[in-house]
Design a protein around this ligand. Structure first.
Ligand code: PDD
Length: 294
């Protein structure tokens, strides 16, 4: 894949792609982002990701940097220039560049950058992977519904996971309930085959676009989802566990804090969900978008 990035109206060589040192994204994490999977030439859940981008901007009172139509065109053009049919699109919008001052500066234009990176969506290979998670305290701020780039708590969480040979860190609130993964939503499946995932109420987690799609797809498949918080203890006793997020999609979790989940292999329901989500993502004729904006 050639490496072309988009920076404020220009397509540039990835090595030369840069923003100013007084960009507020850099200084304050006064910025938001989205990650969208490009699967077989289609942007998975594009509507949901763009809706959430608009919402995050609104919550931070940052104007849209370009129209929604232009955003879609930039995404497509970036994929074209990088000759990509599969990959992950990363887009970030900051409040813009100004001399350092905490309050909103007047008359500045938002910064928009976009990159694309390679990704492989081979479901069979993904199913063969045994993925571990660890639990860590959730030390983040209270507006987890906004997809900001203030991710240092997640950086620490992911590093703690990596140091223990795990892929993901499940963050745990002060009452012992799992909130979500450091870059994904967390799910368990109980002995009755119910899918359990934390509700998005009280802004305690990000409203995942993949999570949302799974809710709609499961309804059609008559797979029951129970939206409630679950404890680490429950997760350890679950039949199956997995995470959901853009690009990683659905990742079976077979071990938490060094303890096997179920028989220690990706579970049957999780694997079925991986197939269902992939069929949905690549279906050019699909009749419905699964995103329900709020
Ligand atoms: N992360 N929760 C958190 C904290 C996340 O960072 C993400 C996604 C999700 C899943 O949301 P979605 O299904 O819309 O991707 C949940 C992205 C992929 C990232 O930071 O790279």
């Amino acid at each position: 894949m050639p490496r072309i990035a988009y920076v404020n109206g220009r397509y540039v060589n990835h090595l030369d792609a840069a923003v100013h040192i007084e960009d507020r994204g850099f200084q304050f994490a006064d910025s938001i982002y989205e990650v969208v999977a490009l699967i077989d030439g289609r942007f998975a859940d594009e509507v949901g990701h763009l809706d959430r981008l608009e919402r995050s901007l609104k919550e931070l009172q940052i104007p849209m940097p370009v129209s929604r139509r232009s955003l879609k065109m930039i995404m497509a053009e970036l994929a074209r220039r990088n000759r990509a049919r599969n990959g992950g699109i990363y887009m970030q919008v900051t409040r813009g560049v100004a001399t350092r001052d905490f309050k909103f500066p007047k008359d500045i234009a938002p910064t928009l950058v976009m990159t694309i990176y390679p990704a492989n969506f081979d479901v069979a290979a993904r199913k063969a992977k045994a993925t571990k998670a660890v639990t860590v305290p959730d030390i983040r701020w209270k507006r987890r519904d906004i997809k900001t780039t203030a991710l240092v708590a997640q950086v620490l969480a992911k590093q703690a996971a990596a140091e223990q040979g795990a892929y993901e860190a499940w963050m745990v609130d002060e009452k012992g309930f799992v909130t979500e993964g450091s870059s994904s939503n967390a799910w368990i499946i109980d002995k009755k085959n119910n899918l359990i995932t934390r509700p998005t109420a009280q802004n305690s987690i990000l409203k995942g676009v993949t999570r949302n799609a799974l809710q709609v797809l499961c309804k059609a498949e008559k797979i029951k989802i129970v939206e409630r918080a679950f404890t680490v203890k429950e997760a350890l006793q679950a039949k199956e566990a997995f995470t959901s997020s853009a690009v990683a999609l659905i990742v079976p979790v077979v071990n938490i804090d060094g303890k096997k989940i179920g028989d220690g292999k990706p579970g049957g329901i999780t694997c079925k969900l991986m197939d269902i989500y992939m069929d949905y993502a690549v279906d050019a004729n699909r009749k419905h978008e699964t995103w329900t904006p709020k």
